[in-house]
Write a protein that binds this ligand. Sequence first.
Ligand SMILES: Nc1ncnc2c1ncn2[C@@H]1O[C@H](COP(=O)(O)OP(=O)(O)OP(=O)(O)O)[C@@H](O)[C@H]1O
Length: 250
Amino acid sequence: MTAPVVELRGLSRRFGAVEAARAVTLDLRPGEIHALIGPNGAGKSTLIGLTAGSLRPDAGSVLLGGEDVTRLDAVGRARKGLGRTFQVSSLAMELTVLENALLGAVGRSGQVMRLFRSALCDRDLALLARAALERVGLVEEADRRTADLSHGQRRLLEVAVALTLEPRAFLMDEPMAGLGAEGSRRLTGFLDRLREEAPILLVEHDMDAVFAIADRISVLCYGEIIATGTAEDIRRDPRVRIAYLGDDAA
Ligand SMILES: Nc1ncnc2c1ncn2[C@@H]1O[C@H](COP(=O)(O)OP(=O)(O)OP(=O)(O)O)[C@@H](O)[C@H]1O
């Protein structure tokens, strides 16, 4: 079997009395979309945060390409190749679309804000940023103020920012949220192709999208993985039906 790109080993995290992650072990393999689903409050965002490095685990480790990155913060892990999109937008609303994409590209080159101005003149970075906008269908909007974009366009811009990092793996927290049927369909098609470039750990409430594109699905319940498998395996799993629909469904 090919080596996983990302491995989570026994990740645990408490918030007071709540065990938001309980010894979670899973992997993300080359070329796959691995979806994380589960009822509200199951611990999906917590797991993305623990993987991205914005949250510290109480126990367990995160490996990227076989390297233990648990001690690195989110910026360190992003530089190593973990590209993340957020449930709540992290875009700078007053900047243009291109400038937001450039910020992503600057982050990748490790120069961050200090050199943002000169980055605006850096041809390679600008090309990288434009290429990312082109791929998500936003190049026409490059000079618009980000605040003036529609909600769906902002979500696509988030994906473009992650793309500028040329990541080894994507972590996506509800990228379809608020996109509407047509937007979801387009983004699903895009993610379907994107997985060839870098595998995607996907948190998504749109079950039609998840069951259509995920190679594997892991189901979280009270911070614990109760099942991992193909869409077919998950549909048939009685534990999953209980978690989602209550005991009567079993
Ligand atoms: N910063 C925090 N402080 C306290 N409790 C938290 C914090 N973050 C998450 N929790 C709790 O941890 C549990 C898991 O939350 P999390 O947001 O990871 O779930 P989720 O599956 O992403 O939910 P949703 O589908 O509603 O986004 C919940 O009980 C939540 O209230």
